[in-house]
Write a protein that binds this ligand. Structure first.
Ligand code: ATP
Length: 308
């Protein structure tokens, strides 16, 4: 019988921003085809799996995160990750899993996906399952479109519904100011609104060549010009204050502001770490409650020394 490790395992997984998000007309299965470029940024959740006789989940968050919006039952992506990984190995996986959340919920930053990816890695290690990378990626794709990227990290091209990921060349260090909203925005709702606004959306989503070229320059000004998000229009239409926030950040000196994924988080690209800190300060002085600074690209889900 395969044993359970005796020491807890902590895995850290990062939030993503979409540098390019091209969306096509919905496919027959209801999913929208995407061409996207993901970047993992240094805003992370930690998932710790402790040895236990059954599977339980606890959640701790910083005070500005809406913990009430996170299911702690079988719908949690951590729980679903445990079930799918267990099924792959023909057994039930146990563990007392603690999620320490710093990634805003329903923010367009793929926080749930990060937790799912981290749980896959943590439970694999806790139970010494030695799941192959290909199998982990396949299970991740079943869990959710953004979960494979959360495993891979860095900067990557995503196709299909976003689940087919391929690392791309990225020579820069990019500095972001991240402004979450207190209230999340439902991803399906934003896609439904996209369908209403864009009944003529092409079958093939807009490609990412311009963005990929800008990444290769390493120049923030070039990247700023190339940022593209087809979900920005529906997100801003649903939440007009996001458009005002983008304008405010750009008038305070951001190279460019853009909605992250399906929103409502807005991210601002800056010239440097100092520039990001200055912009964050300026946005806080305008009354913005939570303003974060992070750089990218950072690693995908990875082990860190356990601290809980
Ligand atoms: P994406 O950008 O991938 O669409 P998101 O960042 O907008 O995702 P998430 O934070 O991943 O949104 O949460 C989306 C929904 O997933 C939440 O409203 C919640 O109901 C559910 N969920 C399940 N597991 C988790 C988890 N571990 N953390 C956060 N949300 C979770």
């Amino acid at each position: 019988m395969i044993g359970v490790g005796t020491t807890p395992v902590t895995v850290r997984a990062a939030a993503k921003v979409n540098l390019h998000l091209g969306v096509g007309a919905p496919r027959e299965d209801g999913f929208h085809p995407l061409t996207t470029v993901y970047q993992a940024v240094g805003l992370c959740d930690d998932v710790t799996a402790h040895p236990a006789d059954d599977l339980t989940l606890t959640l701790t968050t910083t005070d500005w995160i809406d913990a009430g919006a996170v299911p702690v039952d079988g719908d949690n992506l951590v729980h679903r990750a445990a079930v799918l990984l267990g099924r792959h190995h023909g057994r039930e996986l146990t563990g007392r899993v603690e999620v320490e959340k710093a990634i805003p919920v329903a923010g367009g930053l793929a926080g749930g996906s990060a937790d799912g990816a981290a749980a896959l890695v943590a439970l694999d290690r806790l139970h010494d399952l030695r799941t192959t990378d290909d199998a982990l990626l396949a299970i991740a794709a079943e869990l959710g479109s953004d979960v494979p990227f959360a495993l891979v990290g860095g900067t990557a091209l995503g196709t299909g519904r976003g689940e087919l990921v391929e690392p791309v060349s990225d020579v820069g260090t990019w500095w972001w100011v991240i402004v979450p909203s207190r209230q999340g925005l439902s991803t399906p709702e934003v896609y439904r609104h996209f369908d209403r606004l864009r009944p003529d959306a092409p079958e093939t989503p807009p490609g990412a060549d311009v963005l990929l070229g800008a990444l290769r320059t390493g120049q923030p000004v070039s990247l700023a010009r190339a940022l593209h998000n087809d979900l920005q229009e529906p997100a801003v239409d649903l939440r007009p204050e996001l458009g005002l926030l983008i304008d405010r950040g750009e008038s305070e000196g951001a190279l460019r502001g853009i909605v992250s994924g399906s929103g409502p988080t807005v991210v601002f690209l800056c010239e440097s770490a100092d520039h990001a800190r200055d912009l964050a300060g300026a946005l806080m002085r305008t009354g913005q409650e939570v303003v974060l600074v992070a750089n990218g690209a950072v690693a995908g889900a990875h082990l860190v020394p356990s601290h809980v």
